[in-house]
Design a protein around this ligand. Structure first.
Ligand SMILES: Cc1cc2nc3c(=O)[nH]c(=O)nc-3n(C[C@H](O)[C@H](O)[C@H](O)COP(=O)(O)OP(=O)(O)OC[C@H]3O[C@@H](n4cnc5c(N)ncnc54)[C@H](O)[C@@H]3O)c2cc1C
Length: 410
């Protein structure tokens, strides 16, 4: 029995590692080295408080800004809009109040397990010291800004995620670098950050190969199947026999799903980071400023500043203006933040219009499974995804009912 996992990002390596522990012979295939996709440079946050669906009833008011402002927190490149339209209509439809409640519950069900599952995976891989003990601080200039974020806080209260409101002085005692402009904050103690998310992918890949797993470098371009999957075909002509295939190719999964006759509305929400080696600031907590739409995380390699969403597809060249704007916004919160010795990076978040990942068996081909569409929360959901998919693939009942995450829900 051979299980082929396609995609060696955080999702694919975590699943390959889990299936191997359950006794399966696993081949992990990637056209690149493990962890060089979105999993390389994300904001390192186990963001258990960020499951609120991206599409809200208020988004209608924001759409013109997304089209017109190249430096805004969300940007749709106008030339990409015709291609994006079907996804976009589904995205807007996901903001119906009845739908929204269900989507919030589906995100919360994964987030409720995510920190414990991540801590267990870190312990197994010897990386327990690679996650911070501090939480994340959500910043607000004043009460009006805080009120504007009230819906988010209310959802967390509804699902029992703890948080603590901080006055300006309590906040400054925790993070003295923050500007006086910030009048209050909310601390999310369970929203912890990794020192280097890429290192977790590498550790999983190393453990996997050390235990006899095979990693193949190759571009998957097709499959052979009848009622059941038979083989995976690579661009260089190689054919890998497979009794089971798990598709976890991040934002590129839609192409593979289409080859398997199961089209999915998966887009890329492109995001940027700036990794600043000599920032001049020292921080313990990660911070987000909802009104300015950025995040800052202290990582092993310096301060990482990131965020924003750009809808421009998988092929367009990066627009690093977006990374620069984000740093300027971060400097409003951290006036001493210097940006001298730095690198910039762009990654593809695999985004489904309803913000909930696909964790599913194929509805068409026996032996095919999908774990994709983790959007802004792929690192957060990785350990939980591996556990749930491991149960699903090995015929056990997963601790979360996966019906809501099925591939044919669209
Ligand atoms: C700026 C930014 C910040 C983020 N911050 C956070 C955060 O703080 N917390 C969080 O939880 N998440 C965050 N995310 C999201 C998170 O990074 C992603 O959800 C996650 O990395 C997706 O993992 P993946 O394994 O599905 O995809 P990827 O890491 O992209 O891996 C997919 C792999 O599939 C391979 N592949 C694709 N097609 C093929 C093919 N045909 N044949 C062979 N191989 C193929 C690719 O080479 C790649 O290695 C952020 C993302 C971005 C961009």
């Amino acid at each position: 029995m051979t299980t082929v996992v396609v995609g060696a990002g955080i999702i694919g390596t975590a699943i390959a590692h889990d299936l191997q522990k359950r006794g399966r012979a696993v081949v992990l295939i990637d056209r690149d080295a493990p962890g060089r996709g979105a999993s390389f440079g994300n904001m390192a946050s186990i963001a258990v408080t960020e499951f609120m669906p991206a599409s809200r009833p208020s988004i209608w008011r924001q759409i013109p800004g997304w089209m017109l402002d190249p430096e805004g927190p969300v940007r749709v490149r106008p030339s990409y809009m015709p291609q994006l339209l079907p996804w976009f209509l589904r995205f807007v439809a996901a903001s119906r109040p009845s739908k929204l409640r269900a989507l919030e519950a589906q995100g919360a069900a994964l987030c409720a397990r995510a920190l414990d599952d991540t801590l267990a995976l870190l312990a197994e891989t010897g990386l327990s010291d690679q996650i911070s003990d501090e939480g994340c601080l959500s910043l607000y200039t004043d009460q009006a800004e805080f009120k504007a974020d009230r819906a988010h806080i209310e959802i967390l209260e509804r699902f029992g995620f703890p948080h603590e409101v901080l006055t300006a002085s309590a906040l400054r005692a925790l993070e003295p670098e923050l500007s006086d402009k910030i009048g209050m904050a909310v601390r999310f103690p369970q929203n912890r950050s990794m020192r280097d998310p890429y290192r977790l992918v590498l550790a999983l890949a190393e453990r996997f190969t050390a235990a006899g797993g095979r990693i193949e470098r190759g571009d998957v371009v097709g499959f052979a199947r009848g009622e059941a999957i038979r083989e995976v075909r690579l661009a260089d002509g190689r054919r890998i026999p497979a009794d089971e295939v798990v598709i976890c190719a991040g934002a590129f999964s839609a192409k593979l799903a289409k080859m398997l006759d199961e089209p999915i509305p998966l887009e890329t929400e492109r995001g940027y980071h700036t990794q600043i080696m000599a920032s001049g600031v020292t921080m313990k907590h990660s911070i987000i400023w909802p009104a300015r739409a950025f995040m800052v995380t202290p990582t092993a390699g310096g301060i990482r500043v990131g965020g924003t969403v750009e809808m421009a597809g998988l092929e367009a060249t990066p627009d690093y203006r977006r990374a620069k704007v984000t740093v300027r916004r971060a400097q409003e919160a951290l006036p001493n933040l210097r940006c001298e010795d730095f690198t910039e990076w762009m990654g593809h978040r695999p985004a489904l219009p309803d913000t909930v990942p696909i964790l599913s068996a194929s509805a068409k081909t026996r032996g095919v499974f999908y774990a994709t569409g983790h959007g802004h929360l792929g690192l957060t959901y990785a350990a939980t995804t591996a556990r749930l998919m491991g149960d699903l693939i090995s015929g056990k009942t997963p601790p979360v009912d996966l019906h809501a995450y099925r591939i044919n829900r669209f």
